[in-house]
Design a protein around this ligand. Structure first.
Ligand SMILES: NC(=O)c1ccc[n+]([C@@H]2O[C@H](COP(=O)([O-])OP(=O)(O)OC[C@H]3O[C@@H](n4cnc5c(N)ncnc54)[C@H](OP(=O)(O)O)[C@@H]3O)[C@@H](O)[C@H]2O)c1
Length: 247
């Protein structure tokens, strides 16, 4: 199949391109650095010629809530409109587990807008909600680390390997549109602070972590089971330790 991956140079997008190519599909990679901009629409109609399915694994810059909603809204509308024009039969959106249960997080508000537009949009779709990725702990520490010290919220998560997310997206894209897919998650629950400690220990990096619910992006509204996958989740195989050993 001819399948486009939006966000093809990103963490999940690049692994998704690789997963599709392993299965022999004809992949059209989309990103600004490859000359296609979903925000302006530059190069988009040309990129989607002959494409049967599109996987959206793009991301948005850190902005306030209104700007994030506007940004995700615009790139999603542009992509769906171009897909409708090109006769694309299946749009697959990578989303996040639990975003409907958390207020006050700009990125989550943007992802809810994406889900809303995709579900109501002109192209049959599948929305795949994933839990936090195995590299999420190190990423959120990097956002705030200063002089070797970082605050981090003790979130309870059930993280998933990026390569496992990519495998699911590649599998879903070649099938029929399913509406809302099951939550996808890794096999074990983890504490985000512990994940960060183990990641930096494995990488030989010295960062003093200060566990706190105050002052950061993630507050107590995200405590407890809020971010955990639902009952009928699809559990993927790679544990955090498996990933850490190879990352
Ligand atoms: N991190 C987590 O734990 C987690 C968990 C669940 C779901 N997610 C979701 O997963 C998605 C992908 O995350 P990621 O970490 O893989 O993203 P990422 O590494 O930041 O990659 C983003 C990709 O989008 C492309 N892009 C950005 N703006 C674009 C535009 N205007 N037009 C075309 N391409 C554009 C980027 O390439 P260029 O810069 O070249 O344009 C890049 O290829 C996000 O939507 C996130 O919400 C994340």
């Amino acid at each position: 199949m001819r399948i486009a991956v939006a966000g093809a140079t990103g963490n999940i997008g690049s692994l998704t391109v690789a997963a599709l190519e392993r299965e022999g599909h004809d992949v059209v990679p989309i990103s600004r650095s490859l000359g296609v901009d979903l925000f302006t629409g530059e190069g988009l109609d040309e990129a989607l010629a002959g494409v049967e399915a599109v996987i959206d694994a793009t991301n948005a810059p850190p902005l306030d809530e209104a700007a994030t909603v506007a940004h995700f809204g615009r790139i999603t509308r542009n992509l769906l409109d171009a897909e409708a024009g090109a006769g694309v039969r299946h749009h697959v959106l990578l989303s996040i587990v639990g975003i409907g249960r958390v207020g006050g997080n700009p990125h989550y508000a943007g992802k809810r807008e994406q889900e809303r537009l995709v579900a109501a949009g002109p192209v049959p779709s599948t929305i795949v909600p994933a839990t936090q990725f195995h590299d999420f702990a190190a990423m959120v520490v990097d956002w705030v680390e200063s002089d070797g010290v970082a605050t981090i919220a003790p979130l309870l998560v059930q993280p998933i390997a990026p390569a496992d997310v990519a495998e699911v997206l590649a599998e879903v894209a070649v099938g029929e549109p399913q509406g809302r897919y099951a939550d996808i998650a890794g096999p074990e629950q983890q504490d985000l602070v512990d994940m960060a400690r183990r990641t930096f220990a494995a990488r030989g990096r010295d960062v003093a972590l200060v566990p706190t619910w105050s002052g950061g992006l993630f507050g107590v509204e995200m405590a407890g089971s809020v971010l955990l996958p639902g009952e009928n989740a699809r559990i993927t195989p790679t544990t955090f330790d498996d990933w850490l050993a190879t990352a």
